[in-house]
Design a protein around this ligand. Structure first.
Ligand code: ATP
Length: 324
């Protein structure tokens, strides 16, 4: 293998840059030429491909976002789109690919590998942490800490005015962010898509709030089956039916995607990036380089996208016990 390419795809995540840096520098260290594809699969189709040098990734390890930009590509979902992408890669002589992204990115990589056979390894770059085959995904730790910082600030005003705050965090299909920042932020309740939300219990608890605590923090994952934080707040407010209680909603939104990656994300990203290149050199393919129990593990794309990483049961119990 002489030439490889790297790209970022799907939702951006802090630490993607650290991962790109690791891929580029490991490739050069091992004597490979490395190309950066801008704008994910769209860039692959359009031939937005440039050779990278060691200095191309200088001074990026600490930056959020991705210097290679990211995109969601409709064209890559079609056979014609993928054929164009293959033709572009062949023109550049690309013999191996590192795809940094989430489960959608790996779905695309798997289809592409099955059609054209270019060895591909993924790195788990998504704030959602919902990928089987790695304990944590790149960007998750930073997103949780960003949300936590905001929750701490909201808690001050919640306490000062005896307010009940519903705080919406990211997670369309996954409650990992909500659960970790709920535990870290001392939330009374966490609502996540994976478990049924018991609104009756929440209403009952809030009705009795004055007897125990005067304010309350409730963390809602955006994909909860009861709706967004706004919708849930209105349902609960109506049922609590107490004009003395003040309800507020804060949606944290895209701030969770930005900012300097934490040390944990930088180290994880660097390990995954280096292992992806080493894996390609050693003949691994159609799989993701992740970290499980402290060790690098290559998991087939099929499992990364087909298997569910179960939430830790003790995490759910923690919220219930520690919020009394
Ligand atoms: P995040 O989890 O942060 O949203 P992601 O990688 O899951 O990241 P997606 O938008 O789901 O983000 O996927 C990224 C891109 O992968 C899609 O825009 C599409 O181009 C490609 N892709 C996804 N699924 C397929 C598929 N079945 N076939 C071909 N390409 C796909």
């Amino acid at each position: 293998m002489k030439k490889i390419a790297v790209f970022t795809s799907g939702g951006d995540a802090p630490g993607m840059n650290a991962c790109i840096r690791a891929v580029v520098r490991t490739a050069i260290f091992k004597g490979l030429e490395v190309y950066g594809i801008s704008y994910g699969y769209d860039g692959m189709i359009q031939g937005n491909i440039k050779k990278m040098q060691s200095h191309s990734v200088s001074n990026i390890i600490q930056r959020g976002g991705t210097i290679l930009k990211s995109a969601r590509s409709e064209d890559f979902m079609t056979k014609e789109g993928r054929k164009k992408a293959y033709e572009q890669l062949i023109q550049y002589g690309i013999e191996g690919i590192v795809a940094i992204g989430g489960d959608g990115t790996f779905r695309g990589a798997k289809v592409f590998f099955e059609e054209y056979g270019i060895p591909t390894i993924g790195c788990p770059g998504t704030i959602d942490n919902d990928i089987y085959g790695t304990d944590y995904t790149i960007g998750f730790d930073t997103a949780v800490n960003t949300a936590l910082e905001a929750i701490d600030k909201i808690r001050d005003t919640a306490a000062a005015h005896d307010r009940i705050f519903f705080i919406e965090v990211m997670g369309r299909d996954s409650g990992y962010i909500a659960l970790e920042c709920g535990i870290g932020g001392g939330a009374e309740f966490v609502m996540i898509p994976e478990t049924e939300t018991d609104l009756k219990r929440i209403v009952k608890s809030l009705k009795n709030l004055r007897k125990t605590k005067s304010s309350s923090i409730i963390v809602v994952a955006e994909g909860d089956e009861e709706g967004t934080a706004d919708i849930i707040m209105n349902k609960v407010k109506e049922k609590v039916n107490d004009p003395d209680k003040e309800f507020k909603v804060t949606t944290l939104g895209h701030i969770q995607r930005g900012g300097n990656p934490t040390a944990r994300d930088r180290v994880l990203a660097s390990r995954c990036g280096m292992s992806a290149v080493e894996g390609l050199i050693n003949g691994e393919s159609n799989c993701m380089a992740g970290v499980v129990n402290g060790d690098v593990v290559y998991t087939p794309f099929e499992d990364c996208i087909g298997k569910t990483k179960a939430l830790k049961a003790d995490h759910l119990k923690l919220i219930e016990i520690l919020s009394i």
